[in-house]
Design a protein around this ligand. Structure first.
Ligand code: PLP
Length: 297
């Protein structure tokens, strides 16, 4: 029997955002409120985790292990999922210097949800890409036999969950835009859209490595390229979790205009990018944009 938390959920709301910064260029902006898809596991974290949680339960696992940095929304979502489903969770956290310090708000929430935190050095953390190192790391964290969810939660099952997000948007917009960390959400979303629709990703990390990552995620999940997608790489604002004052002001203003709690690390950068791209004429008049609100503050 499927755990009630893991039953399919109704499509998240798609709402019009009347905003002259788009309207004056003949562009319509819609908000795909994926932050409302689940009360405790917002947005893409629900989309990506749900198929993995089903697999963990079907495989008879009683423990999940995953990876993340000190501010990882993915760690927080995994911890909450573990609490909801009665699964033990272990979080392997990047940065052994954090071990002796008070937990930040994000890690404190993980701990409050029962996640056991295991801190490792940055170099050890990086080496988890090698399978035998990964196994040793999991053992050392006391999580042997646990169901392993990769960093950011982006595996083939997760991409399948995100393809459902694309299917919900079929026929509703010309361009569907989403902020990217690992790129897993974009990779799955693009695969689920209909013909003639395209996906646009806004990376929040600097570096320019993401397109190759997305191609390899799609190859693993779908056997090859899927859907029409592109990246807008110039809107990371200096890198992960950097929120310069002008971005902060933009996000606060957007939030009060549209009654939307704007998550700063990802969603603010997405909305900023769409505003800038629209002003620069990147979208022809008559274009309907859907911005995926992947999470909440
Ligand atoms: C994790 C996260 C993302 C990034 O998703 P990826 O699939 O890793 O690209 C985007 N938005 C929010 C709010 C997130 O928490």
């Amino acid at each position: 029997m499927t755990h009630s938390e893991l039953l399919p959920r109704p499509p998240s709301p798609l709402v019009e955002a009347a905003d002259d910064r788009f309207g004056r260029y003949g562009v319509r902006l819609l908000l795909k409120r994926d932050d409302l898809v689940h009360p405790e596991l917002p947005g893409n974290k629900w989309r990506k985790l749900a198929p993995n949680l089903r697999a963990a339960l079907e495989g008879g696992h009683d423990q999940l292990v995953t990876f993340g940095g000190a501010y990882s929304n993915h760690l927080r979502a995994t911890a909450a999922a573990g609490r909801l489903l009665g699964l033990r969770t272990v979080g392997i956290v990047r940065g052994d210097e954090l071990a002796g310090r008070p937990l930040n708000e994000s890690l404190a929430r993980c701990a409050a949800d029962g996640m056991r935190l295991h801190f490792v050095s940055r170099s050890e953390y990086r080496r988890k890409a090698e399978p035998h190192r990964l196994a040793r790391l999991v053992d050392a964290a006391g999580a042997a036999g646990a169901y392993v969810v990769p960093e950011g939660g982006s595996n083939a099952l997760a991409l399948g969950g995100c393809a459902e997000l694309g299917r919900e948007l079929r026929g509703a917009a010309d361009v569907v835009a989403v902020a990217c960390g690992t790129g897993g959400t974009l990779a799955g979303l693009a695969a689920g859209l209909g013909t003639g629709q395209r996906a646009l990703g806004v990376p929040v990390l600097a570096g320019g490595f993401l397109a190759a990552e997305i191609r390899s995620l799609q190859a693993a999940a779908f056997g090859g390229p899927a859907g029409d997608w592109a990246l807008a790489e110039d809107f990371h604002h200096g890198g992960y979790a950097r929120v310069p004052a002008e971005l902060e002001a933009f996000a606060a203003d957007f939030g009060s205009r549209h009654g939307l709690p704007v998550e700063r690390i990802y969603v603010a950068k997405l909305l900023w990018a769409l505003t800038e791209l629209t002003a620069s004429g990147a979208f022809a008049p008559g274009t309907t944009l859907a911005a995926v609100v992947t999470g909440r503050p």
